[in-house]
Ligand binder design. Sequence first.
Ligand code: ADP
Ligand code: G6P
Length: 454
Amino acid sequence: MGRLIIVSNRVPSPRERLQPAGGLTVGLKDALRGGESLWFGWSGNQSEFEGDPATGMDEVDGVTYATIDLTARQHEGFYQNFSNGILWPLFHYRVGLMNYSRRDWQTYLEVNAMFARCLRALLQPDDVIWVHDYHLFPLGQALRDLGVTGRIGFFLHIPVPPWSLVRSMPGAKLLLEDMQAYDLIGVQTEEDADNLNHAFRLNGLTERAGAFPIGIDPHEFREQAEESVRREEADRLRASLRGTALILGVDRLDYSKGLPERFRGYEAFMARYPEHRGKVSFLQVAPVSRGDVEEYRQLRCQLDELTGRINGAYAEFDWTPIRYLTRPVARDILAGFYRMADVALITPLRDGMNLVAKEYVAAQDAADPGVLVLSHFAGAAPEMDEAVLVNPYDADEIADALHQALTMGLEERQRRWSRLDEDVRRTTAGFWARDFLKALDEAPPVATPPLGPS
Ligand code: ADP
Ligand code: G6P
C-alpha cells in the first residue's frame, strides 16, 4: 500500500505533533504510524502573498506535516465566513444563523482549488488520500480535475441534516456533485448516512456514504485521568468544593453545544430541587472558539448574562452555584476533573459525535463511577443509551435528569457505566481509522488510473 495522506483544514499544532491529544489527532495516530504518511493543511498563519503559497515541511515521529498559509482575505472568506458562518450552522440544523454570500462561496472554491494544487505537487501515484471535514467538501473533485486517480476518501465530523434543509444553501447541489469524486464518504451516525445518501438519490447521484462513528483512545485517557487526579490542580478543586457534588460541562464555546439551554436547565434544577442548593457546584469550562464570528460573540454575552443572573439569584455568601471559565484548561488537568465529577452534563443541540462524553466515561473510577447526562442530539447518543438521555431544549427535563443523577445509587451507576465503558473501549479511535481505511480500500473506485507504459 502507498502512503497515507491526511488532509484537514486544521493540522495538529507543533505541540500536538509531539503529544497527540484530542479527536482527529488521536484517531489518526495509529493509522499514521502504520507506514509512511503525510498530513497536509493550513498552517494557522496568515500571509500577504496572493499567489500559491510555499508549503512548509516538518517531520515528527515519521509523519511529515506539510502546511500552507492563507491570506487575510482567504482566511475571512474561506474559514471564517463560508466554513464557520455558512456550513457550520447549516449542518447543525441552524439555517437561521447562516449568513450566505456568493463572494464567500467563490473564496471557498478558490481555496479548495489552491489546496489541491499545493497538495498535487507532493503526491506519488499510489498514495491513499483521506480528506476531513466541511472546509474541504470540493477538494476531492479539485484533485480529480488535476488528474489524481488514486483512492480518495472523505470523512465528515459534523452532522448531516435532511436534504430539504441543506438545499437552502445556494450551491448545495454543486457540493453534492463534487462529493461524487470521493470513493467513500464516512459520517458519524446512521442518521447522517441516511440523510446524505437520500440527498444523493434525490439529485440523481450515486450513494457513497456510510456510518463510521469516531472514538477516543480510552486507555490513554484513563491513564491521564488517574495521573491527573493526583495533581495539585485536582487537590485545589477538591478543596474548593468542600464536600459538594461536582457537575461538569466541557465544550468549546459554540452555539451547537446548547450552553444557554444547559444553564437554564441548571436554573430550573435550582428552582425545583431546593434540597440541592448549597450541595452541588456546576463547573462549566468553555474556552472561546471562533471568536471573530458574530454569532459566537453574541453567545458569549448571553452566557455572561445568564451566569450573572443565576449566581445572583441563588448564591450564598459562601457558595456559588455556577463556576464558568472561558479560558482553556489543559487536557492533563481536565482529565482529573472528569474523574472527580459526579455528573457530566453534556447537552448539545446538535453534535457530530461529542468526544467529551466518551472521555468522561473513560476517566471514571470503576469503584465509584459518575453519571453521564447526555443530549439525544449528540452523535454519541445512539451508542450511549445507558447515559441519562435528555432533550436539551427542555429545562425541566435537564433539572429532573440532574436530580436523578445526583441521587442514583452505586449499583445503578456501576451498571450503567460498565456498559458505556465496554462500548467506549470497543469502538476506539484506532478502530475507527482502520475500519474506514479498509472500507475505502474495498470501495468501488471512482477513477481508474491511466494505463502506464508496461
Ligand atoms: P468539538 O469537536 O465540537 O470541539 P468534541 O466533544 O468532539 O467537540 O471535542 C473535541 C476535543 O476537544 C475533545 O478531545 C475534548 O477533550 C477537547 N475539548 C473540548 N472542549 C474542551 C475544553 N473546554 N477544554 C479543553 N479541551 C476541550
Ligand atoms: C470541530 C470540527 C473540526 C474543527 C474543530 C475546532 O471539531 O469538526 O474540523 O477543527 O471543531 O474548530 P476550529 O474552527 O478551531 O478549527
